[in-house]
Design a protein around this ligand. Structure first.
Ligand SMILES: Nc1nc2c(c(=O)[nH]1)N[C@H]1C(S)=C(S)[C@@H](COP(=O)(O)OP(=O)(O)OC[C@H]3O[C@@H](n4cnc5c(=O)[nH]c(N)nc54)[C@H](O)[C@@H]3O)O[C@H]1N2
Ligand SMILES: Nc1nc2c(c(=O)[nH]1)N[C@H]1C(S)=C(S)[C@@H](COP(=O)(O)OP(=O)(O)OC[C@H]3O[C@@H](n4cnc5c(=O)[nH]c(N)nc54)[C@H](O)[C@@H]3O)O[C@H]1N2
Ligand SMILES: [Mo]
Length: 734
């Protein structure tokens, strides 16, 4: 790594440095111990690369040629350096002047007969300031079309938690992990995706807290972990056991597993009462704070063990062991991520997790609470500052009052409805603030077609990716500064941005590296440029806002609760905490209580359906250790023992045997969704693995060709990329 790279790392997650673009895990109070992780290093080094995808690179390759590269090969070309415009005649991207790009984009947007014909995507790396300015521009233009990576990520957590506790965010702070007696980790692989979280889990395990994992796959990082911050452990080559209990449910079986645990808790309560022992339930909390307990208890009693075992894939004895830990622990935290949120029944599952935690009052007190672990480093902040296709009326009122323009009130498009609008021809323009829309979304072939059919596509990006290679009639790639780079205004002063982590801590971030190219602009400056050319400076002075981000923060303070004295508090070493009502046991729900939901278990989950025969399997798509979403850093997945390849399917050895297949056999994976669309992922290899029978796994984004647009989570509308029905086809020998 070049020296500048090492210097860069020393400034990651430091009070005077930049926020690590890796993940949204919180930073410790004592910011002096330099916390970084292997995958944070990769994320930072990826951005600080010395390679450049310059105009010479684009001159040397037609877009059709570039399309044949893998995601990995494409991003290897390094950082974008110039704004580029697609030239259909030569099938190449050519350099363009910033002002010309802004003028043409503004012209096309103004020319659409209805602002709802444009789609404004956000990926979760955008800062609060960029995201706020973006939503302001888009609403001044006249639409609430905000498809957002959140729609594919933690949407179900937002929806489920809002219903249950009145706020769509987690209730714990990092400090709570120091006080918890037990942490339940459901559907999450922190060893790869939130390595700094493993440090906190390890410290908890070392002081005797129980760590209970629910994951169909045995993930090495959750079993044993050696902390890179612990020099003695590193020198000895030692490691600490993380999980005290590891349960392997079937895909989508978590709601049944959690309900099973609730059943055990109610039974234990009855036994305690009969024996004259102290109650297992937290009656004081339930009486003062909760609504719907009696109905919930009835629903739990109506759910039989046979149904619970069949759907969860766990035995009653296993579930009793897990529940035992919960009952014995005074303070419990439950964390989860994509293994819970990317299913058909995710919202119901998250409500069930909340139900379970209410039983012993495990919310709103130290060492206890609900903790959805976010993905992108500022995905939570982007929502807070208004990237939301269904904005609250209160927020819209505040915008209208502060800025004095009429805001659009109609709900806009999320990711799936935006794709629908592109496919049916009603959408005409796509603007992407970061991300890789074509690769991150389902049914890749259809989305590629959708993007290419548009009148205008614009991508604000740091590196070339496949979404840039589906140009519409007019198409731009606009290169921006990354998190690690200095963002200087016209006066030469370094601008501060802010982000919000999974624990609702808002803190500042300022890059330290020289920009990858002198032609880059900040995301804020790019949004201001497009806004000026589209809606003009009549009501909003875009130039002044972009010139000093303190002014954007003043506007955030004036329109969004919780940001009082924003500019001053942001400059405090660890930033500040956005107040979470549920963490204070205030319930912003219709009943003004923490609310139990008592629906039945799903009638059938994907593995139950697959088991009916026809050679069908339930597939989940997840991340390797060497990738950041659609960005592939390398072809290894060290913890899972896969090297030099990504086209693999993890499968139980007995399933292989039953098919008469062997490790290493090459196969095509064939989609089996009942919508008449043929879906094939060609040329994969079997890897025998410790995974329940009937459930299989492979990597995103290669397998997105198999994720059906038509399959969306109930109430969350999230693509169901962890429950896909597939079959296999043997490949003919070449
Ligand atoms: N290095 C790195 N860091 C990242 C990312 C990255 O790509 N690379 N991505 C970021 C983003 S945007 C996000 S959202 C997060 C993602 O973080 P994770 O949610 O950890 O990501 P996935 O790789 O999708 O892993 C899902 C885990 O859930 C398990 N699982 C799947 N289905 C089920 C189920 O039905 N039940 C249970 N109990 N478990 C299940 C899988 O076996 C796997 O261990 O990470 C963020 N951080
Ligand atoms: N099958 C399947 N599909 C999934 C998932 C899954 O688990 N399985 N996970 C889903 C989830 S959780 C998520 S969050 C989405 C992710 O979807 P996205 O957020 O759209 O995708 P990323 O791969 O994170 O975006 C990578 C691109 O972002 C750009 N970029 C990087 N840094 C910056 C920056 O600082 N500024 C700007 N403007 N651009 C930058 C680079 O050009 C890079 O190519 O994918 C979803 N899709
Ligand atoms: Mo995500």
């Amino acid at each position: 790594m070049p020296i500048s790279g090492a210097r860069t790392l020393l400034k990651a997650n430091q009070p005077d440095g930049f926020d690590c673009p890796g993940c949204a895990w919180g930073d410790p109070e004592h910011g002096s111990s330099f916390e970084f992780c292997e995958n944070g290093v990769k994320a930072v080094a990826w951005e600080a690369t010395e390679k450049r995808a310059s105009p010479a690179f684009f001159a040397a390759h037609t877009v059709s040629e570039l399309r044949r590269l893998t995601d990995y090969e494409l991003e290897l070309n390094g950082r974008l350096t110039h704004p580029m415009r697609y030239d259909a005649a030569s099938d190449r991207y050519l350099p363009v002047a910033w002002e010309d790009a802004f003028a043409e984009i503004g012209g096309i947007l103004k020319g659409l007969d209805n602002p709802d014909r444009a789609e404004f995507y956000t990926s979760g790396r955008a800062s609060n300031e960029a995201a706020y300015l973006y939503q302001l521009f888009v609403r001044a233009y006249g639409t609430n079309n905000f498809p957002d990576c959140s729609n594919m990520c933690h949407e179900a957590s937002g929806v489920g938690l809002r219903q249950a506790i009145g706020v769509g965010k987690g209730t714990v702070l990092l400090e709570d992990f120091e006080a918890a007696d037990a942490v339940f980790v459901i559907g999450q692989n922190p060893g790869t995706n939130h390595p700094r979280m493993l440090g906190d889990l390890r410290r908890a395990a070392m002081r005797g807290a129980r760590i209970v994992v629910f994951n169909p796959i045995r993930e090495r990082g959750l079993e044993r972990f050696s902390d890179p911050q612990d020099k003695i452990e590193m020198l000895r080559g030692g490691a600490t056991d993380i999980a005290s209990h590891y349960f392997q449910p079937q895909l989508g079986g978590d709601m049944a597993a959690v309900r099973g645990m609730a059943k055990v808790v109610f039974a234990a309560e009855d036994a305690a009462v009969a024996a004259g022992l102290p109650s297992v339930l937290d009656h004081a909390f339930l009486a003062e704070h909760c609504a719907g307990l009696a109905e919930y208890r009835a629903a739990v009693e109506a759910t039989g063990w046979a149904e619970i075992e069949d759907q969860s894939g766990l035995t009653r004895a296993e579930i009793e062991r897990a529940a035992e830990v919960y009952i014995k622990a005074e303070r419990v935290i439950c964390t989860w991520a994509m293994g819970v949120t990317q299913h058909l029944h995710s919202v119901a599952t998250i409500r069930e997790i909340a139900n379970f935690m209410f039983l012993r009052g495990n919310i709103g007190r130290p060492g206890a609470g609900l903790c959805p672990v976010r993905g992108h480093s500022n995905v939570q902040g982007d929502r807070t500052v208004g990237i939301n296709e269904k904005p609250s009326q209160a927020f819209l009122d505040a915008l209208e009052k502060h800025f004095g323009f009429a805001v659009p009130r109609k709900h806009g498009h999320n990711v799936l409805s935006a794709i629908g609008a592109m496919l049916d021809g009603s959408a005409k323009a796509f603007i992407g603030l970061g991300g890789n829309f074509a690769r991150a979304t389902p049914d890749s072939a259809l989305v590629e077609k959708a993007l290419s059919s548009l009148k205008l596509t614009v991508h604000v990006a740091t590196k070339p990716n496949h979404s840039h290679l589906m140009p519409g009639e007019v198409s731009f790639i606009l290169p921006c500064l990354g998190r690690t780079e200095m963002d200087l205004n016209a006066a030469g002063n370094s601008q501060l941005i802010s982000v919000e982590d999974s624990m609702s801590m808002v803190h500042g971030s300022a890059g330290i590296n020289r920009p990858a190219s002198p032609h880059l602009k900040s995301e804020v400056a790019i949004i201001a440029g497009i806004a000026r050319a589209t809606v003009g400076e009549g009501t909003i002075d875009w130039t002044a806002l972009a010139e000093d981000y303190d002014r954007i923060r003043d506007a955030i303070e004036a329109t969004i609760p919780g940001f009082e004295d924003f500019n001053r508090r942001l400059r405090k070493p660890r930033g500040f905490h956005l107040r979470n009502t549920a963490a204070h046991r205030e319930w912003d729900t219709p009943a003004a209580k923490a609310t139990f939901f008592s629906g039945p278990l799903p009638a059938e989950t994907v593995h139950q359906k697959a088991r009916k025969g026809g050679g069908r399997f339930a597939l989940q798509t997840f991340r390797s250790h060497d990738q950041y979403n659609t960005t592939v850093y390398g072809l290894d997945d060290r913890y899972r023992g896969v090297y030099g390849e990504r086209q693999v399917i993890f499968i139980h050895p007995e399933d292989l045997k039953a098919m008469g297949a062997q490790a290493g056999d090459r196969i095509d994976v064939v989609g089996d969704h009942d919508d008449g669309i043929a879906r094939i992922a060609p040329d994969f290899r079997f890897v025998p693995y410790d995974i329940p029978r009937g459930s299989i796994a492979g990597y995103y984004p290669e397998l997105n060709v198999l994720v059906p647009l038509a399959s969306a989570g109930e109430e969350s509308d999230t693509p169901t990329s962890k429950s896909i029905m597939v079959t296999f086809r043997k490949r003919e020998a070449a």
